[in-house]
Design a protein around this ligand. Structure first.
Ligand code: F3S
Length: 390
């Protein structure tokens, strides 16, 4: 890979250890994927934040980056953590876990990474179409590439941090137009309406698409929130980082995959592992938009969350402050609007949860393994009904 003289100097350690190690990570990645050069990025989104997912070794690495003088060069945001720091007194997690989590957040802060603690950085600042990014949250990567038409690979946490430090990424994969073109046509026969249908279809297709780029027919007028569910699910069960929707594209000669009514029905059923009464009802994976928070508050109108039930709505701190009046309605009905975290990146099993109900296919897909809980996969309306008194 060709490096400019300035990049060579960074690799030789002229700017210190943090930049040298970042440049090493980027050049190693570039060589592996046969990139010819580094290209500038507009922003980075870093996924290695939850103490549950990164553990102690990562803390040592972040500490060394801070000691090595590392500060990011582009706008950089972080994924969720294990708890809502503004509700610290409400969490049942042990003190040492909370302290370690705060240590991680503060180390990122020392590197001037903004502690946004959300998987939906695009609701904070929407990247422009055609801009190059280094994002490492898989659901956000699909959203950026497919809906916003920005250009990013699915980075790992260290790769995104390295890119943030240097302000560049190796030019390969989805940074190149030829790799963004679709090569498989997905025909969706049933008319999809509900968010769980989009999510379930994503889980089902993710398993068969591999790293191919799908173009969907039959999905032309869909709400962005439903496409968010589709993308998050595709990236959970598979490697999809971009999809297309326009049938104006030439699809002659493409392999064809058809989604039938029965495929959808089976995929929805498979995402429930129990029919037990849930201990926790969770919506907000990926983190809720303003529209979704408003929809939840409307669905809760005239209802009350049962005394022995829990309804969690997860979103970003930014979105929570924008949606204040809807948040107040949700909380006065007995729900909890949490920021900075989600069910998957924390230890819900340690909070006494055995069965979890959600409208997110990504959560329903991951939770039985990552969180060792049973899942019930239902629409938002069914989730709210299950949490409320009748
Ligand atoms: Fe976000 Fe957690 Fe889902 S990080 S995408 S809410 S698993």
């Amino acid at each position: 890979m060709h490096l400019t003289s300035e990049e060579e100097k960074i690799l030789d350690g002229e700017l210190g250890w943090a930049y040298q190690v970042s440049m090493r990570i980027l050049t190693r990645l570039g060589e592996l994927f046969e990139a010819k050069r580094l290209i500038p990025i507009d922003s980075a989104h870093i996924s290695g934040v939850s103490y549950k997912t990164i553990g102690n070794a990562a803390i040592d690495f972040l500490q060394s980056m801070v000691k090595g003088g590392g500060k990011v060069k582009v706008a950089s945001t972080t994924n969720p953590s294990v708890f809502d720091s503004y509700r610290r007194e409400e969490t049942a997690l042990p003190r040492d876990v909370l302290e370690k989590q705060m240590r991680i957040i503060n180390l990122y802060r020392d590197m001037e990474v903004s502690p946004t603690l959300t998987c939906t950085p695009y609701y904070l600042s929407r990247p422009t179409g055609g801009s190059h990014l280094a994002w490492s949250e898989s659901s956000a990567v699909v959203y950026a590439n497919s809906i916003l038409r920005a250009w990013t690979n699915r980075e790992g946490g260290p790769g995104a941090l390295a890119a943030a430090m240097i302000g560049k990424v190796p030019d390969y994969g989805l940074h190149q137009p030829e790799n963004r073109r679709p090569d498989v046509l997905v025909e969706v026969e049933p008319k999809l309406n509900k968010e769980i249908e989009f999510g379930a279809m994503g889980i089902c297709l993710g398993k068969i698409l591999g790293d191919r780029v799908p173009v969907f027919s039959g999905l032309d007028d869909c709400a962005e929130t439903n496409l968010k569910q589709l993308g998050a699910a595709l990236a959970s069960s598979g490697m999809t980082s971009i999809f297309h929707r326009s049938l104006k594209m030439e699809t002659k000669g493409f392999e064809k995959v058809t989604v039938e009514e029965k495929d959808l029905k089976n995929a929805i059923e498979d995402l429930s592992t129990t029919s037990d009464r849930p201990d926790l009802v969770f919506v907000g994976c990926p983190h809720c938009s303003l529209t979704e928070i408003r929809q939840i508050s409307r669905t809760l109108e005239g209802k009350k969350v049962k005394k022995d039930a829990k309804l969690w709505v997860c979103t970003s701190r930014h979105m929570k402050s924008k949606a204040r009046k809807y948040v107040d309605k949700i909380e006065s009905a007995g729900g909890k609007v949490l920021c900075d975290t989600c069910v998957v990146v924390t230890w819900v099993d340690k909070l006494g949860v055995d069965a979890l109900m959600t409208n997110s296919a990504k959560t329903a897909y991951y939770a039985p393994t990552f969180n060792r809980v049973q899942t019930v996969f239902k629409t938002l309306e069914e989730c709210v009904a299950a949490a409320c008194e009748h």
